[in-house]
Design a protein around this ligand. Structure first.
Ligand SMILES: [Zn+2]
Length: 250
């Protein structure tokens, strides 16, 4: 199985997972149709299914146009079916979907947000929950919900790769720098992001191990991070809430 990263709109990512043995291709989120259809055509892949992480327009707006040219089955959360495109299959957290995705509950950014974990690929598609070096804005959920979402991800194997819904890596890393990351890890990733930018390559797909070094929302339990957030000794949940509040005001 291979993962194809597709840039969409200004800063979104969509993902195609191609299983050559089964002749199946799964799309995760549909920000816009054109680049996704072009990738399918270029690769010679036939779309099998679309999985939706959450209801925001920049994750679903391409669904109807894609289906018109590449008929496929649409999967989304039953709890959010009222605000998603028409679903062929409504799932619940804990379900395993055809193609091997395990549905993980991931509230915080929205209350119905889910993530898709593929153990065979060592890949976690997080959209706007945990992001490269950051996390999504809390539009509907609470800091406690985002804390629990991220804690569940942190329990996955450290070599799991995190594929998020946006290219916010550089801005997130600039913000993360104030929460006491290990200096050499920070410098190495800053240099790597510059190289990726120079080559026009995507920034998504960091490992959980790397995120545990750099992403402040995965480091709320560390005394140095609580100190840097201005709440020394505070409960990790409060530290996350404070860092997210500071990001909103940054
Ligand atoms: Zn969103």
């Amino acid at each position: 199985m291979t993962i194809e990263i597709i840039r969409c709109l200004a800063d979104n990512y969509a993902y195609l997972i191609h299983d050559a043995a089964r002749g199946e291709t799964t799309l995760i989120d549909a920000p816009e149709a054109a680049p996704i259809l072009a990738t399918l055509k270029g690769k010679g892949w036939t779309l099998t299914r679309i999985l939706i992480t959450h209801h925001h327009n920049d994750h679903i707006d391409g669904v109807a146009e894609i289906l018109a040219q590449a008929p496929a089955e649409v999967y989304g959360a039953a709890a959010d079916a009222h605000r998603l495109p028409p679903l062929d299959h409504a799932f619940a957290p804990g379900d395993t979907l055809p193609g091997g995705a395990q549905v993980m509950d991931a509230p915080g950014h929205t209350v119905g947000h889910v993530a898709f974990y593929y153990p065979a690929l060592k890949a976690l598609f997080t959209a706007d929950s945990l992001m490269t070096h950051g996390c999504g804005r809390l539009f509907e959920g609470t800091p406690d919900q985002m804390f629990d979402t991220i804690a569940a991800f942190a329990a996955l194997p450290d070599d799991t790769r995190i594929y998020s819904g946006h290219d916010y890596a550089r801005a997130n890393l600039n913000f993360a720098a104030q929460y006491a990351p290990e200096p050499s890890a920070l410098a190495a990733r800053q240099a790597e992001l510059q190289q990726l930018a120079d080559k026009g390559l995507p920034t998504t797909g960091t490992t959980l191990e790397s995120e545990k070094q750099l992403n402040p929302y995965l480091r709320c339990h560390l005394p140095a991070v609580a100190q840097a957030a201005g709440c020394p000794g505070a409960d990790p949940r409060r530290v996350l809430a404070e860092i997210r509040r500071q990001k909103n005001n940054a």
